[in-house]
Design a protein around this ligand. Structure first.
Ligand code: GLC
Ligand code: CA
Length: 538
């Protein structure tokens, strides 16, 4: 059985490159995280997840690791710094988890450098190689970053497989030597005192037979041959043994694992503690989220994992544009309603850096401002299709991952208090008003609402672990639910609305205003309203 501390906990995701730079090179670092631990403690978070800080050519924001045992010291700091971070976090009662990227390595990893050399190289089988010609690739699968999953490589003339960019060749999990290397590495990190992992792209480690043909390129089907493919269970079971040994906290990025399957992945005997579902966040060509999809997905995951399993609710991460501009309408009110809507769900909620102050998307005006590989790829693709630079930039950036990667806005000083140097990525000019320092002094800020929501989770077991029942499931804008004695209602739209409860009405106390709400039968909800009510005992 797994331990359960995480059920009361709140996680905070740090994109270290953009969190806080302490040595003026314009790149956030480990010491920057240490500096901000008191801020995180004050916010109330129980653990942090740090995006990759391993040695990497940074082709994909560190998700292309060239040495699993080394940190990117030039950018982020040394192992001693990391030990110091863990020590200080632990002394403040916070845990630290790191990214585990084992679907693929960088093409600069020594294993791949060897693997490319010849067909009989001892590392050849560490990756997936197949005979190929430009007209005859092994199959018609396409990669997440665009183009074929196969890249033909000199000197052998064969093609290697990659579900992400060609700089991120996929490891061959069929090879027991690969698995052993990975498990050794995981053990080593756990021995260093890491409290657990966010398992990157973990549902892709097994692939369908190479002759599997993609018939439809719509919806999710192009990813089918490498998304939660049968056979993965054996690898996950091996992982589980290792994680259990260290009582490690584990959260999987596991697209393709359905809410039904997630029960056995995340229950008391499951491979991991919880899963980030990736279904709720679809956006249209104008960057707008789909509220119905969001609501339906959340309800389904919450209900399916009620009897068994555990959720990891989140709104933002380093791959998604800012929710205030996706599901919200840019206003603070929308950021608050969204915060309440998801922070009191059942599960372990995650907050992504900057979300707690309502950081927004960036208005990209030139491709030179962009870093994300997939955004640049899409831009070039659109140029090649004949679009103007302006049009291509719009298409490429509307849902770009670089919206959430702009540096954290700490205060109104130059460069938002992120760095004394030149920031590696553009800083959003709205830092002058939108920053942590300003939010701290405003009792009505989004930040203070997050603090309050975290306190509620810590104080009331009804909210952390209790049952959940959704109300008004068909309502187009209202997301409402009961958690034991609590009633949570949000209007996720700018249009006021009124909802009517079933008789008999109950007496509630408004947890925000302390007002008494007698015999609640009808509730008028203003634009982006939220209510957190607690039943008054008769
Ligand atoms: C995950 C990460 C993303 C990365 C990809 C490849 O989806 O969140 O940032 O590009 O895996 O490792
Ligand atoms: Ca730095």
């Amino acid at each position: 059985m797994k331990s359960n501390w995480f059920k009361q906990a709140v996680g905070y995701q740090i994109y270290p490159k953009s969190f806080r730079d302490t040595n003026g090179d314009g790149i956030g670092d480990i010491n920057g995280i240490i500096e901000k631990l008191p801020y995180l403690k004050d916010l109330g978070v129980d653990f942090i997840w740090i995006n990759p800080i391993y040695k990497s050519p940074q082709f994909d924001g560190g998700y292309d690791i060239s040495d699993y045992y080394a940190l990117d010291e030039d950018r982020f700091g040394t192992m001693a710094d990391l030990q110091n971070l863990m020590m200080q976090a632990h002394s403040m009662g916070m845990k630290v988890i790191m990214d585990l990227v084992v679907n693929h390595t960088s093409n600069q990893h020594p294993w791949f450098i060897e693997s490319r050399k010849s067909k009989d190289n001892p590392y050849r089988d560490y990756y997936h190689w197949q005979p190929a010609t430009p007209d005859h690739l092994p199959n018609n699968w396409i990669s997440f970053f665009g183009g074929s999953t196969w890249t033909i490589d000199e000197p052998t003339g064969e093609a290697y497989f990659h579900v992400f960019s060609k700089e991120q060749p996929d490891l061959n999990w069929h090879n027991p030597k690969v698995r052993e290397e990975i498990y050794d590495m995981v053990r080593w990190w756990l021995e260093q005192g890491i409290d657990g992992f966010r398992l990157d792209a973990i549902s892709h480690i097994e692939k369908a037979p190479w002759d599997f043909e993609i018939k439809s390129f719509k919806d999710n089907s192009p990813w089918e041959p490498f998304m939660n493919v049968a056979g993965i269970e054996a690898y996950m079971a091996e992982f589980k043994k290792l994680f259990d040994e260290f009582d490690a906290l584990t959260v999987g990025e596991a697209s393709g694992v359905s809410s039904k399957e997630a029960t056995s992945w995340t229950d008391d005997h499951g491979y991991i503690d919880m899963i980030f579902e990736l279904e709720h966040s679809n956006k249209d060509d104008n960057g707008q989220g789909d509220l119905k999809l969001f609501k339906d997905t959340i309800m389904r995951w919450q209900e399916d994992l009620l009897a068994r399993g555990w959720n990891a609710p989140y709104l933002e991460n380093h791959d998604q544009p800012r929710v205030i501009d996706v599901l919200g309408d840019g206003t603070e009110a929308s950021a608050k309603a969204l915060a309440v809507a998801y922070m009191l769900l059942r599960g372990t909620p995650f907050i992504y850096q900057g979300q707690e102050i309502g950081m927004t998307n960036f208005d990209y005006t030139d491709i030179s401002q962009v870093d994300a590989t997939d955004t640049i790829y899409l831009y070039n693709e659109k140029l090649a299709e004949g679009l103007s630079k302006t049009a291509a930039l719009k298409v490429a950036t509307v849902n770009s991952r670089d919206h959430s990667r702009t540096p954290m806005q700490w205060d109104a000083t130059e460069n938002a208090g992120f760095t004394d140097g030149k920031p590696w990525l553009v800083i959003n000019p709205n830092y002058l008003e939108k920053n942590v320092a300003a939010a701290q002094t405003n009792p009505d800020s989004i930040l203070n609402l997050y603090k309050f929501l975290i306190q509620l989770r810590h104080e009331y077991q009804d909210i952390s672990e209790g049952h959940i029942t959704f109300l008004f499931p068909e309502h187009p804008a209202v997301l409402a639910y009961k958690r034991g004695e609590f009633l949570i209602v949000t209007n996720l739209s700018a249009t006021p609305t009124t909802i009517t409860f079933e008789r008999p009405g109950h007496d509630y106390q408004d947890m925000v205003t302390q007002a008494i709400v007698p015999d609640l039968l009808e509730l008028s909800l203003e634009s982006w309203a939220y209510r957190i009510y607690k039943k008054i005992k008769e």
